[in-house]
Ligand binder design. Structure first.
Ligand code: FAD
Ligand code: NAP
Length: 248
């Protein structure tokens, strides 16, 4: 594997993709690292690269006391990493009911599946507008989203969704125009105002990924506006991926 460090606690990991490993943009893989004593630690990680790339990219945060984080922190370029044969997940564009506007709401490394989704050629032609909202603690953590910022600067083309990128830095006053947490911005209309389009059940399709407390609050706010989550039996207007369990 190869590793790119964005900050002390945020890094990108790249491994070779076995040609037999296929996935849908938005899926996660199970990545295994092995420690010096031979102990293996496997964790689900969203795939950040395009489904056609010869490699798999992951965006990883190092959490204090985490077993996987400890191994990853000690890893070096060329170290081995194992990827399970299958990919998993329900955070896919295909899980949503059709609609013209796609909202991608991410906290921290929750941006990863959206990087893959944005690289999917049909996504830009399936929607009229795409808004990417990325909430991080400090501005340095936006570095991993530089490809989204680049996509936003590309000239508009007929038949392709125009893309808005709204970074949110919550712990460095002045670092971004928006600085409150995503649910607060959603609830009082600042998110819609910043994007210049409404968030309503007729037009908007919303994907949320990352912090489970954020996802819970987004779900509550959108449910009050008539949004329904995707169920096995029926596609809805919102889908979620939680990266860990909320503590009671
Ligand atoms: C479907 C799915 C996809 C995931 N995709 C990613 C991904 O793309 N990138 C990634 O870094 N992690 C992702 N995770 C989390 C990942 O599986 C591990 O939890 C993470 O790598 C830390 O592992 P650990 O063993 O060091 O700590 P763990 O023991 O797994 O976690 C300890 C604590 O750290 C915090 N934590 C864990 N992951 C994160 C995170 N990503 N951001 C902020 N706080 C966190 C939580 O409070 C958690 O309880 C995903 C989890 C799931 C369920
Ligand atoms: N990022 C760092 O600088 C840093 C440094 C050392 C260790 N860590 C550890 O690394 C782990 C990952 O941190 P992270 O910053 O990637 O993830 P995170 O804590 O989930 O924060 C990412 C973004 O989500 C926001 N957020 C947090 N809780 C929320 C909620 N309930 N509702 C809505 N938004 C919410 C944060 O805003 P707020 O800022 O308002 O919380 C921040 O903008 C954590 O365990 C942390 O302790 C992080």
């Amino acid at each position: 594997m190869s590793i790119r460090r964005w900050t002390d606690t945020l890094l990108s990991v790249r491994v070779t993709r076995d040609p037999a490993f296929r996935f849908t943009a938005g899926h996660y893989a199970r990545l295994g690292l092995v420690g010096r004593e031979g102990e293996a630690v496997v964790r689900p990680l969203s795939i950040a690269s395009a489904a056609t790339d010869p490699h798999l990219d992951f965006l990883c945060t190092l959490v204090p006391g985490g077993a996987f984080s400890a191994l990853l922190s000690a890893s070096m370029a060329g170290d081995a990493a194992e990827v399970d044969r299958a990919s998993y997940g329900f955070l896919t564009v295909g899980a949503l009911a059709p609609g013209p506007d796609l909202w991608l709401l991410a906290s921290g490394t929750g941006l990863a599946p959206f990087l893959s989704i944005l690289l999917e050629p049909t996504v830009r032609t399936s929607f009229e507008r795409i808004v990417v909202v990325h909430s991080v603690r400090i501005a340095a953590e936006l570095a991993a989203a530089r490809d989204v910022a680049r996509l936003e600067r590309e000239p508009a083309m007929p038949g392709r969704a125009c893309l808005r990128y709204l970074p949110v830095v919550t712990r460095e006053p002045g670092a971004s125009t928006l600085s409150s947490r995503i649910p607060a911005l959603l609830e009082d209309g600042r998110l819609a105002a910043a994007a210049g389009i409404p968030i309503d059940v007729e037009r908007s399709r919303v994907m949320t990924c990352g912090n489970p407390a954020m996802a819970r609050d987004v779900r509550r706010i959108l449910a009050a506006r008539g949004f329904r989550p995707t169920r096995r039996s029926a596609p809805g207007q919102m889908v979620f991926e939680n990266y860990w369990q909320e503590r009671p």
